[in-house]
Write a protein that binds this ligand. Structure first.
Ligand SMILES: *[C@@H]1O[C@H](CO)[C@@H](O)[C@H](O)[C@H]1NC(C)=O
Ligand SMILES: *[C@@H]1O[C@H](CO)[C@@H](O)[C@H](O)[C@H]1NC(C)=O
Ligand SMILES: *[C@@H]1O[C@H](CO)[C@@H](O)[C@H](O)[C@H]1NC(C)=O
Ligand SMILES: *[C@@H]1O[C@H](CO)[C@@H](O)[C@H](O)[C@H]1NC(C)=O
Ligand SMILES: *[C@@H]1O[C@H](CO)[C@@H](O)[C@H](O)[C@H]1NC(C)=O
Ligand SMILES: *[C@@H]1O[C@H](CO)[C@@H](O)[C@H](O)[C@H]1NC(C)=O
Ligand SMILES: *[C@@H]1O[C@H](CO)[C@@H](O)[C@H](O)[C@H]1NC(C)=O
Ligand SMILES: *[C@@H]1O[C@H](CO)[C@@H](O)[C@H](O)[C@H]1NC(C)=O
Ligand SMILES: *[C@@H]1O[C@H](CO)[C@@H](O)[C@H](O)[C@H]1NC(C)=O
Ligand SMILES: *[C@@H]1O[C@H](CO)[C@@H](O)[C@H](O)[C@H]1NC(C)=O
Ligand SMILES: CC(=O)N[C@H]1CO[C@H](CO)[C@@H](O)[C@@H]1O
Ligand SMILES: CC(=O)N[C@H]1CO[C@H](CO)[C@@H](O)[C@@H]1O
Length: 758
């Protein structure tokens, strides 16, 4: 179980915390404070560690370092009495094969007299394993063995001869040339005894070096262990039926009675585990870890919260941490506790999820940018991440950000997340959606001006705009058209004629929430035709007046005479123009051109004739009883006119008239004599007549006497006959004729007869 070494990439953040955890790493635990039998020691090791130690060439140096007394190791002659098939000394307590032995000379001791040869061929392992737990040994005992090995003395190395010796205690440790049976052997043994006080003697196998790197050539050879002499009395003495192996303080092994109480050495593979974090929220997280090896008492979770180390104990393999601060980094260690001992901790570190931002609002929108603002959430935040719809991600260290490079008029959703650490831990997103301001339309132009419509066209703005608002206003800021349209050309109608119209086009977002910048253009509707054009004329002037509809009008007025242009008046703003100094009796034509801005309306023309001047100086040339000849002078302006004449006798109530062409005299015949005639002459042209020139004259009288007898009777006789004074009767008669005839005809009243007395 301890060999599990997760090297998952699940948390890059904490990768630096994950030390290389090697499965080969083994830890050794010596128990000096409590002596146990081998079986008890093994049991204790199994419960609190893994097993009694298995000694290998690699770890023997480490194990024997600082060893102060004989200690049990994981080797026993027989593990199980029932397991008859297995040979003695065949495997370690943890099941590993016995590939290495380090018996003190003389061990193991065999009871049997049959010449058993305990021989094993061992080659030092060449693999190297790190001994990270321990520093290099300086144990002098071990070093002294090393110095042996390094000896160049061929005798020392000649194990073949040593093995063949009949005395297993005799060694050839002495120098070369000396007898193999010399007493040097005892001196070596004594030396060993002095140092360890146990006085072990006997054959031993020197076939391993705890430091393979310094191996002498001899080390690579396979050597044979000494052969036991069957009838050696000492062998029988030391024989132990149920024997277990104890390591001497200098590393060599001896057999001891398994029931003896000794310190012991356990081992355990270094526990490699990795805790992990799931279900992270802003205030909680679930820690999960691997089970420790063997019987774990409990697990202790240690985490520093608010600067205070908190410990939680559980038997479960998960723990829910609660009441954490949002967006904060926590380091967690989980210790498996076994026999009150902390195993190598399983580490992890994590950030709690930050809280999501609040009150996300759009503070400003332009055509290509949107400014966002939000409130800092409770808890820690390292930075903010703004996701723009469409993939782009932008970081911000403050609670506001202007997002640029956007498309005008497009709908965007911005998601703001709080991030901690390197940004791999993110809060829930907070969204806000907005359109960017639509762009400005371009190329706005007006065409097809009519009296009540204008055709407005434009180009779509950059970006994404589908709708436009079109507004038309007159000069007095009266809105006459207001519509939103989809297309980029619109006939703006109805509009007042002859008016300056200001048109504006604004791009809209589909929701109409946001308008782009307004683009305006001014133009004119065509003027309507003028109406009621009248030309008031005098002898020498003409006043044209007319009516027109529209507010932005100007006029050009042309005055023509017989097709010839006489005068042109431009930039006239009033619907009236007086022309002076004209010819009398001339047929003038006035043409009015109407303009609304640059837009020309249909011209309207009218003709009228200036007044005719009357002829002058009418007079009688000659006359008699029956006819009168009149003469007159033509009007001064010399216009081509004809004349009409008329004569009239009011007494008779008759008259004559005639058109006389261009002559300037006329004779009337067949008139009545002695009658007063009134003569009139008029200029005539274009169906008009001028005022008349008038003169009166009488035809010569043709006298005829008319006697009138009257009888005057009066009571007062003298009243009818008064000569000297005009009698009242005569006077009354004269008055009567004067009234009756006037001067219209010739007459004279005379009293010719005397009075007869009645
Ligand atoms: C254990 O045994 C050793 C001798 O083998 C002895 O020196 C030591 O004092 C004993 N320790 C205890 C705690 O009894
Ligand atoms: C051995 O003892 C020395 C000195 O007492 C000590 O510095 C060293 O750490 C010990 N080594 C082990 C593995 O206990
Ligand atoms: C150990 O094994 C040997 C042979 O395998 C057997 O003869 C002996 O009785 C066993 N001893 C114990 C204590 O089981
Ligand atoms: C080793 O022993 C063998 C056999 O006894 C002998 O022939 C040989 O000379 C010895 N080598 C040395 C170096 O003593
Ligand atoms: C262990 O987990 C169980 C359920 O899986 C739960 O009921 C119990 O409270 C947990 N114990 C501890 C100490 O967390
Ligand atoms: C923010 O994080 C720092 C360091 O990770 C920590 O000291 C501090 O308490 C946290 N503050 C809050 C409000 O979580
Ligand atoms: C333009 O906007 C419409 C609606 O808002 C959307 O469906 C379309 O994808 C946008 N086009 C581009 C090019 O962004
Ligand atoms: C214009 O003339 C028409 C007829 O010619 C007349 O009915 C109308 O009233 C005139 N308009 C004005 C304002 O005088
Ligand atoms: C022409 O002039 C006369 C005199 O001023 C006027 O009475 C008449 O209405 C005018 N005619 C037109 C068509 O304007
Ligand atoms: C005056 O001239 C116009 C055209 O030049 C003509 O139509 C009109 O009849 C003329 N008027 C008269 C009274 O002759
Ligand atoms: C601790 C010990 O006994 N060390 C000895 C190792 O061997 C050398 C020479 O053989 C001695 O000088 C040391 O005292
Ligand atoms: C049991 C005993 O006395 N062992 C000794 C063996 O040698 C080492 C090193 O000199 C001593 O420290 C031990 O006490």
């Amino acid at each position: 179980m301890g060999k599990l070494c997760l090297k998952e990439k699940m948390f890059l953040l904490i990768s630096s915390l994950v030390l290389m955890c090697s499965a080969a790493e083994r830890e050794y635990f010596r128990h000096d404070w409590r002596n146990l039998t081998w079986a008890e020691a093994r049991n204790h090791c199994q419960v609190c560690f893994k097993e009694l130690v298995t000694v290998t060439p690699e770890n023997i140096k480490t194990i024997s370092q600082n060893l102060t007394s004989d200690s049990w190791v994981g080797l026993r002659k027989n593990f199980s009495s029932t397991d008859n098939s297995s040979m003695s000394w065949s495997r370690w307590a943890d099941g590993e094969p016995l590939i290495f032995q380090n018996w003190y000379p003389g061990w193991p001791v065999f009871k049997s007299s049959s010449a058993k040869t305990f021989c094993s061929c061992n080659c030092p392992e060449t693999t190297t394993t790190s001994f990270t737990s321990f520093t290099e040994s300086t144990n002098p005992d071990v070093m002294n063995f090393t110095s042996f090995t390094e000896s160049t003395n061929p005798d020392v190395m000649n194990f073949t001869s040593f093995t063949e010796s009949t005395n297993p205690h005799v060694t050839s440790f002495s120098g070369p040339g000396e007898d193999a049976t010399a007493t040097d052997t005892s001196s070596f043994t004594a030396d060993v005894t002095d140092q360890n006080g146990t006085g072990y003697t006997g054959p031993w196998e020197f076939n391993q070096n705890p430091r393979p790197t310094t191996a002498a050539p001899a080390m690579a050879e396979c050597v044979r262990s000494p052969m036991l002499s069957p009838d050696d009395p000492e062998t029988t003495t030391n024989y132990i039926e149920d024997s277990c192996v104890a390591m001497l303080s200098f590393g060599a092994w001896v057999e001891k009675n398994c029931a003896e109480l000794l310190p012991f050495i356990c081992y355990e593979d270094r526990f490699c585990g990795q805790a992990s974090v799931t279900n992270t929220t802003p205030e909680s997280a679930t820690i999960t870890w691997l089970p420790g090896p063997g019987d774990i008492d409990l697990y202790r979770v240690e985490v520093t919260v608010d600067g205070e180390l908190k410990q939680f104990k559980t038997n479960n393999l998960t723990y829910d941490l609660v009441n954490l601060a949002a967006g904060t980094h926590y380091s967690v260690q989980v210790f498996a506790v076994k026999c009150s001992r902390d195993l190598n901790p399983q580490d992890t570190a994590f950030y709690t999820t930050p809280n999501k931002v609040e009150n996300l609002i759009v503070t400003d929108v332009t055509e290509t940018s949107v400014s966002l603002s939000w409130n800092e959430p409770a808890g820690n935040v390292t930075f903010y991440l703004i996701e723009v719809q469409g993939g782009e991600q932008i970081q911000s260290s403050t609670t506001g950000k202007e997002i640029g490079s956007l498309t005008p008029g497009n709908l965007y959703t911005f998601t703001v997340l709080s991030a901690v650490g390197d940004g791999s831990i993110l809060s829930e997103g907070t969204d806000v959606t907005t359109y960017t301001k639509p762009g400005k339309v371009s190329d706005l132009k007006v065409s097809d001006n009519t009296m009540d419509s204008l055709l407005l066209q434009w180009q779509r703005p950059e970006g994404n705009t589908t709708r436009f608002r079109v507004i038309a206003m007159t000069d007095s800021n009266r809105v006459v058209f207001n519509q939103s349209v989809d297309q980029t050309a619109v006939k703006v109608t109805p509009l007042p004629m002859g008016t300056k119209i200001t048109l504006s086009v604004t791009a809209l977002t589909p929701s109409n929430t946001l308008e782009g910048d307004k683009v305006t253009v001014a133009d004119y509707t065509a003027p309507g035709p003028i109406s009621n054009l009248t030309l008031e004329t005098t002898f020498d002037s003409l006043t044209a007046t007319w009516m027109s509809a529209g507010t932005a009008l100007s006029f050009i007025v042309e005055l023509r005479l017989d097709g010839e242009l006489v005068r042109t008046i431009r930039n006239l703003n009033e619907p009236r123009k007086r022309f002076d100094g004209l010819k009398a009796a001339a047929n003038y034509t006035v043409i009015v051109f109407t303009f609304s801005g640059h837009v020309k309306g249909a011209p309207v023309g009218r003709s009228n004739v200036t007044r005719l001047l009357p002829p002058t100086d009418a007079k009688r040339i000659s006359s008699d009883k029956r006819q009168i000849t009149f003469q007159w002078t033509a009007p001064k302006d010399g216009a081509k006119v004809s004349y009409s004449v008329r004569i009239h006798a009011s007494f008779w109530g008759h008259g004559y008239s005639a058109v006389v062409g261009s002559q300037t005299s006329h004779t009337f015949d067949d008139l009545t004599s002695g009658t007063k005639y009134t003569f009139e002459v008029r200029s005539e042209a274009y169906g008009q007549s001028s005022a008349p020139a008038v003169v009166s004259h009488c035809t010569d009288p043709e006298e005829r006497e008319v006697s009138l007898s009257m009888l005057c009777s009066s009571a007062e006789s003298l009243l009818c006959d008064k000569k000297d004074t005009r009698s009242a009767v005569f006077t009354q008669l004269e008055e009567h004729f004067k009234e009756l005839l006037g001067d219209n005809i010739f007459w004279k009243l005379e009293k010719v007869a005397g009075t007869q007395e009645a």
